[in-house]
Design a protein around this ligand. Structure first.
Ligand code: GYE
Length: 345
């Protein structure tokens, strides 16, 4: 009797000890809890994906000027530095080619993230849905699109409306005291978000000082077309006090046309541009361009960072817009030469 009690006592003690040591029985999840699904775009290597695991398909607009060249270099150089496998697609400023390239990357088994600088803002719904259905996260680079923001992870780029507002504010300062304030606008490619938004922002602040946009036409971001459009306008009328170039190249074209028409750019007719590439600094130092509103092309590091975070399961916590940092430069800036010397683009 005494021994059983001892054994029984020992068994009780043993079971208590064993219970303490045994791994907690995995509580079957309560019926209501859905299994934790990985955030969209999470890659198999998560949560320890490295840049060397990334194969990015990047759809560039084309090669329309200094800003675009700096943006393309930002992608190629940063990818090389980080060890990203970058598949670079040049859309040659052709929307149909850009859509075809996008579908190519959706079907390419190697590509695990897609970035695009959309030529136009509208018409991307179906392609983005296809990428989403294929499990490929999409990042908007430099230009936004109209439509359902759930179909892309984030937009890395500038506030183009604000760039337009800054241009309007600077043109107001330049035309202060001027009897007439007729301004001609050289617009980017029709349908693109920078063209739409810069025009909108410019009109907002320009109206505050009574500026009238009396002529507006696309110059497709190009120096040649910027010159041709301005030449044609100057044949019709010389009643212009300011020219708003939506990018540096079109403003350079206008400056040439003004000179050939016997007008002094930045004096007889004030000229402002957007981008602030090296060429714009030279024009300001030469005294032919009054103001350059910056648009930063060196955004690739932020796009790669967002893509890696997404591959590691953090896509859902990224903001829908990652803004780029930008300033305003004028030909009156006493340190312009030093600033120009320190610029990367
Ligand atoms: O201003 C212009 C380029 O999308 C912000 O495109 C970019 C614009 C830039 O062609 O120079």
């Amino acid at each position: 009797m005494f021994r059983f009690k001892t054994i029984a006592f020992l068994i009780v003690v043993a079971s208590i000890v064993l219970a303490a040591c045994a791994p907690a029985a995995t509580q079957a999840p309560a019926a209501t809890e859905a299994p934790a699904t990985a955030a969209f775009g999470t890659a198999p290597c998560a949560p320890n994906c490295q840049y060397s695991d990334m194969v990015m398909g990047f759809l560039q607009t084309g090669s329309e000027g200094g800003w675009r060249a700096a943006n393309t270099a930002s992608y190629k150089e940063t990818a090389a530095q980080l060890g990203v496998n970058l598949k670079f697609y040049d859309s040659q400023n052709d929307l149909a080619k850009q859509v075809a390239g996008f579908q190519q990357f959706i079907e390419d088994p190697e590509v695990n993230v897609i970035a695009i600088s959309p030529l136009e803002a509208a018409g991307w719904e179906q392609v983005l849905k296809d990428a989403h259905d294929a499990g490929k996260p999409v990042f908007l680079s430099d230009r936004r699109i109209d439509g359902n923001e759930d179909l892309y992870v984030t937009f890395v780029g500038a506030d183009f409306v604000e760039e337009g507002r800054k241009s309007g504010t600077e043109m107001c300062k330049l035309l202060e005291g001027s009897e007439s304030k007729n301004v001609w606008e050289l617009v980017g490619n029709v349908g693109s978000s920078p063209a739409i938004d810069r025009g909108k922002g410019f009109r907002e602040t320009a109206a505050e000082c009574g500026i009238e946009v009396t002529k507006s036409q696309t110059g497709n971001w190009s120096i040649v077309e910027g010159k041709q459009v301005t030449e044609a306008w100057l044949k019709e009328s010389k009643d212009v006090q300011g020219i708003f170039g939506q990018n540096d190249e079109m403003a350079f074209g206008a400056i040439e046309a003004l000179k050939e028409a016997g007008l002094v750019p930045a004096v007889d007719v004030k000229v402002t541009s957007v981008d602030a590439t090296a060429g714009a600094f030279q024009a300001m130092l030469d005294g032919t361009l009054n103001v350059a509103v910056e648009c930063n092309p060196l955004i690739a590091p932020q796009v790669f960072e967002a893509a890696l975070a997404t591959m590691n399961g953090e896509g859902a916590s990224l903001p829908k817009w990652i803004p780029s940092i930008e300033g305003v430069f004028t030909m009156l800036d006493p340190n312009l030469k030093e600033i120009a010397a320190g610029r990367k683009y």
